[in-house]
Design a protein around this ligand. Structure first.
Ligand SMILES: C[S@@+](CC[C@H](N)C(=O)[O-])C[C@H]1O[C@@H](n2cnc3c(N)ncnc32)[C@H](O)[C@@H]1O
Length: 355
């Protein structure tokens, strides 16, 4: 059969090309992403996991009008997270393992946060990159230069944001907690410690460890409420600004978990110098977070974070490759500088010791 000329010219690509498959997913991803968040908000995967798997059973459990449920199930099935077999719906293994139940580390908390806070900002990406600053921040009340500070004007959104961040941190923190670097730590300074998720995990794991969370006042308040009931005096908060205020003294380890990537190289050097000032000889600084690959071509989570930081959060920073952190640690005077790799979600741990 003769193929029409127009069709021939538009099909010069290889249908098997994996990049083409990614392209097709990518261009539809914003809509499908939202169908996933809606499914999580309606407990769809948990309902199916619990054995309610026919259309009518799911309709009864979700309360959705029939056509709405048809639309949602169709969209989620196209992602492969849900499968339809003989008129019943079945969770894929990924959905069963990652998307059922409701715990503090649930993807539901993470993705609701991304939808509410991160993704509206990406509509401004071209403008932000042209301007070289976080123009999407204009959507948030206040005049402070970063999202973290402005969220204090919107406690509801701030709570959503920290619930999402805490949930994601829980998904990457266990490997950090088991690092041998904490075996000798007694007094930790958790710089930009957020809602206290990391400090809580560390204190639970190491009974002799105490931690001070140093974060902005509104976030310190969230951390205090989250940690006080279980850890009392072993986790304390120190409200302040990382740049304007001195670092609290008395720690043998300074941890920057998901913090330095927010800032420029110059600011990172300033913060590492402040860490150096408060550490005793033999004290260590630990930097934990996302790393772009060395050649800056790989890492979906790291790329997403980098775009978010530049469009919205701070207007600078990125998931720097390990080499950048090692260079900044040496510049700040740290010795025995090294990087541990293989952590989940493209994370690395960079270590420096004060002579
Ligand atoms: C991405 S969160 C990381 C939270 C936590 N360390 C974790 O790993 O989940 C960054 C934290 O840095 C804090 N932060 C940002 N800028 C700050 C500043 N200028 N002074 C104090 N804290 C700041 C934010 O409030 C936020 O809690």
């Amino acid at each position: 059969m003769e193929v029409p000329t127009k069709m021939k010219s538009s099909q010069t690509y290889d249908e098997e090309d994996p990049v083409l498959e990614r392209f097709h997913l990518l261009v539809n991803a914003p809509a499908l992403f939202n169908s996933l968040v809606t499914a999580l908000e309606l407990d769809l995967f948990t309902i199916v996991s619990g054995g309610l798997s026919s259309f009518d059973e799911i309709r009864g459990a979700t309360g959705l009008p029939p056509h709405s449920l048809r639309v949602l199930l169709y969209a989620v099935c196209t992602t492969g997270l849900l499968e339809r077999r003989d008129g019943h719906y079945v969770n894929s293994r990924v959905a069963e393992e990652m998307l059922t139940g409701d715990t503090p580390d649930s993807w539901r908390h993470i993705l609701v946060g991304w939808r509410e806070v991160y993704y509206p900002a990406f509509a401004h990406l071209t403008e932000a990159l042209r301007a070289g600053t976080n123009t999407a921040l204009a959507a948030h009340p206040g005049s402070e230069p970063t999202l973290y500070q402005r969220l204090a004007h919107d406690p509801g959104l701030e709570a959503v944001f920290h619930r999402a961040m805490g949930a994601f941190t829980l998904r990457s923190v266990d490997a950090l907690v088991e690092s041998e670097q904490f075996a000798s730590t007694r007094r930790l300074l958790d710089v930009g410690g957020g809602d206290g998720t990391t400090s809580t995990r560390l204190t639970a794991r190491y009974p002799k460890l105490t931690s001070t969370i140093f974060d902005i006042p509104s976030v310190s308040h969230i951390a205090e409420q989250a940690t006080a009931p279980s850890f009392g005096e072993r986790v304390t908060v120190h409200p302040g600004d990382l740049f304007a205020d001195p670092f609290p003294t008395g720690s043998d380890t300074v941890l920057f978990s998901h913090v330095l990537e927010i800032f420029s190289g110059e600011q990172i050097t300033t913060l590492l110098a402040k860490a150096m000032d408060v550490l005793p000889p033999g004290g260590q600084v630990l930097i934990y977070g996302y790393n772009a690959s060395d050649d800056e071509t790989e890492g979906w989570y790291s790329a997403r974070l980098t775009l978010y930081l530049n469009a919205l959060a701070s207007g600078q920073g990125m998931a720097y490759p390990a080499g950048n952190y090692e260079e900044w640690l040496r510049q700040a005077g740290f010795q025995q500088v090294r990087t541990l790799t293989g952590y989940p979600y493209e994370h690395g741990l960079h270590i420096g010791v004060k002579a």
